[in-house]
Every structure is written in structure tokens, then in C-alpha cells.
Design a protein around this ligand. Structure first.
Ligand SMILES: Cc1cc2nc3c(=O)[nH]c(=O)nc-3n(C[C@H](O)[C@H](O)[C@H](O)COP(=O)(O)OP(=O)(O)OC[C@H]3O[C@@H](n4cnc5c(N)ncnc54)[C@H](O)[C@@H]3O)c2cc1C
Length: 386
């Protein structure tokens, strides 16, 4: 087949969470944008499926993220307003941990620093307010009422729909094979021809290693199992009675869950997973399904803290984290390039930043810089060893 070159202002490689957000923001700003996605939009082979994602502003991972999260609030509202679709449920998030829990301490510290409303609760307070939970002696909690969860598939679909409505061209089932910077911009080779643009945005998630080798550090895909549990007492496990919860288990991965909500659809049940547990995989290799042992491990762990939720496993799935070397994102110009920008290494906590990452990528692709406070996410930090 003869190659054809078509010219755009910006080409976005990978239309998952971050790529859809970038396409939308670029199209809103009047740019001719082409989004290229190797699978179907909304597919379940990357990092943006599974029905729910926690959104929260008390951020134990680092307080630097909080200004970005606070900006996301208006971004989510705009997405919901322009589409008429509900994406975020603000049912609150309860964080539980031992007295020395870093998650509790750092969540409280970042919340306090940026006036995010939250309450500190002792075991008696949790028991009175959320009788579903069993807390070990000496544990404590914080409750962030403005936090909750979002629907990722709906968010990606909505951003993609709005982007196309604003003029973006999104191509599904088309794989990017490589790209080069030229004297005038970018040439992108795909399995369906060549496209040209002024600048390139790489939002390839777990496939970043193949697309952005110039980062010079590994972005490691991890396969993470997820379980849905049939509650023993369903009334106690639905919004608004049950909040989203995150349990900081000493010496183990975090255990978190999302309550049942009316718009959940299939699979039914409380969604539970472990943050930090995963096996390194090749994102292109056939994906091993969640095994009965993996799902039972999640159910058993839940039973210890939340017996009302831990009935039978109703369904299981797997999803991919893309781990950066320090667990923090990279949102920056690709080292050594003029007009190539990358957002990757979301390390299992990126979804909640979708609107602001879209804005940052649009700023970078159009002007080469951004006023958003993303300096701590620079690619060069690994070379500096910081
Ligand atoms: C189990 C699980 C639970 C999570 N929970 C939370 C949570 O509670 N809160 C939170 O904030 N975050 C959470 N995350 C993290 C969050 O979901 C991710 O950080 C986010 O979805 C990453 O988006 P992305 O756009 O980088 O990747 P993706 O959405 O995977 O998008 C990358 C896209 O690029 C495409 N692509 C790759 N290579 C090519 C190519 N060569 N050509 C064309 N297309 C290509 C892929 O097909 C894919 O669609 C969770 C992740 C997992 C797996």
C-alpha cells in the first residue's frame, strides 16, 4: 500500500485516559489533532478499565500533587456539564491505618497544607460512623468527604466523544510503529500509513517503553488483579452508606475498595484490589486472567477488615500499572527532542489527574511550556538521581 502523509498540528499516540484528555483539550483550543489508538477506544487491555477509580485530594504520595488535583475539580465538572454524563461520585474516602501509618500521616499533612476538608477519627469514631469496618487495636483513620470515585470507561468515552465533536480525528485499531523528528515537525509511521504534525504527544501507557526510549529509564508494566465481591450485607456496601476505603496494612500492600452504586452495571459487587501487588508483564503478550487463588487472597484480606463485603467472588479482572522508577509520573518534553512530549509512569495512581494532564499536554504541545505546577514531574530527575 502506498504511504500517504496527512498533516496535523498535533498527533497523540495512545487514546486511553491521558490521550483522550489531551485530544479533547487540544481540540477545544482549535488545534487540528489526530489521536491514534491501537485497540478499540475504551478497550480493556491497558490501564483504564475496571469500572471505577478512586479520586481524592489528601495525597499521601506527595503534597506537590494537590494543586493539580484541586484544579481537576473544575475539569471533571466541565466534562460532566458538556456531556450530561455523571462521571464522579463524591461519596467520601475513608483511610485506615496503624498509629505509625505513613498513608494516614501524609494524607493528613497534604490535606492540611492545602485546606482540603477531612476529619480524623479514632476507632470508636469509625465504629460509630462506619460500623461495617473492623479495626485492629490502636488503629486510626481519616475521612475525606469530598473524595470518592470516578467511572474510567465513561470518562475516556466522554472525552473522546467531546474531542471528536470539537473536531479531533480519532483513529482506532491503528498501531503506531515509530516516529521521527524532521526539520519541520514530526513524521509518524503506522500500520496504516504515515502522518505528519507540528508536534507529538506520547500517551502510550504500558507501551511507553517502545514509544519513548529516549526517557532512558524503565517504565515497567505490572499486571494487577481485581476482584468483585458479593456482599454478605448489601445495604451496608452501597453508596452512600459505604465510602470508598483504603487500608494501609503494615508491611503489606494497601487494600482498597469501591462501594456498589446504582450506575455500576456489570460486574456486580464491591470492587476490591491491592495497591502495589503486581507481576511484571509484556503488555503485548496474551494476558493471564486473574486466578482463583489471586481472587481468594483479595477476598480473604477483605474479610478481616470488612466482613459484610467479603461474600463470594462474583468476578475478576486484571489491569496494568506502568511503574516509573520512583512511583511518580513523568509529564515533560521527551529528552533530546524539540517537539515531542510524554505523559507516562502513572504508577497506579494517575487516573484522577485526567483533566489536568490533558491541559498540561495541550500547553506543552502548543507552546512548549506550561504554567501548571508540574516541575516535580520532569523526566530529567532520574538522570540527576533525585
Ligand atoms: C487496577 C488498577 C487500579 C487503579 N486505580 C486507580 C485509582 O483508584 N485512582 C487513580 O487515580 N488511578 C488508578 N489507577 C491508575 C490509572 O488507571 C492509570 O494511571 C491511568 O489509567 C493511565 O492512563 P494512560 O492514558 O497512561 O494509559 P491507558 O489508558 O492504558 O492508555 C494508553 C493507550 O495507548 C495505546 N497505545 C499504546 N501503544 C500504542 C501504539 N503503538 N499505537 C497506538 N496506540 C497505542 C494503548 O492501547 C492504550 O489505549 C489504577 C490502575 C489500575 C491498573
Amino acid at each position: 500500500m502506498a504511504e500517504s502523509a496527512t498533516t496535523f498540528d498535533v498527533i497523540v499516540v495512545g487514546v486511553g485516559t491521558m490521550g483522550a484528555a489531551a485530544c479533547l483539550e487540544l481540540a477545544r483550543r482549535g488545534k487540528r489533532v489526530l489521536g491514534l489508538e491501537q485497540h478499540r477506544l475504551g478497550h480493556d487491555l491497558g490501564s483504564s478499565h475496571g469500572g471505577s477509580r478512586i479520586v481524592r485530594d489528601c495525597y499521601f504520595e506527595a503534597p506537590d500533587y494537590v494543586p493539580l488535583l484541586l484544579r481537576c475539580r473544575s475539569g471533571w465538572e466541565r466534562l460532566e456539564r458538556e456531556s450530561g454524563r455523571r462521571i464522579v461520585h463524591r461519596c467520601g474516602v475513608l483511610y485506615l491505618g496503624a498509629s505509625e501509618s505513613e498513608v494516614i500521616r501524609e494524607s493528613a499533612r497534604s490535606g492540611t497544607a492545602f485546606d482540603v476538608p477531612f476529619e480524623s477519627l479514632d476507632a470508636a469514631g469509625v465504629c460509630a460512623r462506619f460500623p461495617q469496618f473492623r479495626m485492629p487495636d490502636g488503629w486510626h483513620a481519616i475521612f475525606e468527604p469530598g473524595a470518592g470515585f470516578a467511572r474510567p470507561e465513561r470518562a475516556v468515552r466522554t472525552a473522546s466523544d467531546l474531542a471528536m465533536r470539537a473536531g479531533a480525528i480519532l483513529r482506532e485499531g491503528l498501531r503506531v510503529l515509530g516516529w521521527q523528528e524532521t526539520t519541520t515537525g514530526i513524521r509518524v509511521q503506522t500500520d496504516a500509513g504515515v502522518f505528519e504534525a507540528g508536534s507529538l504527544v506520547l500517551t502510550a501507557g504500558a507501551w511507553t517503553a517502545g514509544m519513548a526510549a529516549a526517557l532512558g529509564v524503565p517504565m515497567v508494566p505490572l499486571r494487577v488483579p481485581i476482584a468483585w465481591l458479593q456482599p454478605r450485607d448489601e445495604q451496608l456496601c452501597r453508596v452512600p452508606t459505604m465510602p470508598v476505603w483504603y487500608i494501609d496494612r503494615p508491611g503489606q500492600s494497601g487494600l482498597y475498595g469501591v462501594p456498589i452504586a446504582p450506575d455500576q452495571g456489570s460486574p456486580h459487587g464491591v470492587k476490591v484490589a491491592m495497591h502495589g501487588d503486581g507481576v511484571v508483564v509484556d503488555p503485548d503478550a496474551p494476558r493471564r486472567q486473574a486466578s482463583p487463588d489471586e481472587l481468594e487472597a483479595i477476598r480473604g484480606a477483605t474479610d478481616g477488615f470488612l466482613p459484610c463485603a467479603a461474600g463470594a467472588v462474583t468476578a475478576g479482572s486484571t489491569c496494568l500499572y506502568t511503574m516509573s522508577p520512583d512511583g511518580h509520573f513523568v509529564v515533560d518534553r521527551l529528552p533530546g527532542c524539540r517537539s515531542v512530549f510524554v505523559a507516562c509512569g502513572f504508577s497506579g495512581h494517575g487516573f484522577k489527574f485526567m483533566p489536568v494532564i490533558g491541559e498540561a499536554l495541550a500547553d506543552l504541545a502548543i507552546t512548549g511550556s506550561t504554567a501548571l505546577p508540574i516541575g516535580f514531574l520532569v523526566a530529567g530527575r532520574f538522570a540527576r538521581g533525585s
